[in-house]
Design a protein around this ligand. Sequence first.
Ligand code: NI
Length: 176
Amino acid sequence: MSLRHIITLNDPKLRLVSTPIERIDDLLTRLIDDMIETMHGAPGIGLAAIQVAEPIRLLVVDVAGKEDPPAPLVFVNPEILWQSDDRNVYEEGCLSIPEYYADVERPASVRVRALDRDGKEREVLAKGLLATVLQHEIDHLDGLLFIDHISKLKRDRVIKKFQKAAKRAGEGSHVL
Ligand code: NI
């Protein structure tokens, strides 16, 4: 297993719509293992394949508590089948938008269908944090970020902040 590099807000790849996975082969299970290790190492509670620059419909999540053993879940080609009318607000962050957090309102429960790492179809009725994480990660597969759910003013501010930081890093670096 190895850690994968997580791309951040300035990378236009984050806006790609990821394509469905047709085959679960060794290459894919290796990517799944790498993504789980990368998510745990970050640390984070969810990671979509596009965040490690792979534009395919795959995500991993782990909402186990800090004191509990890790419990990673794998979702291949996830689809939201149903979402509740009642909504929840969580303060969200994203490994691709480090050190930025904002309240996001989403449906409180969702039913998601996906394949697991063995290619078995599974349906999950997710509530609470898992519901939020799954919606956040499925958004990634459609090129959406959690900042798309906040006001334009706040969004523009964080985008500008990342652009400035990238510019500063560029000016200070020397390519040898
Ligand atoms: Ni994210």
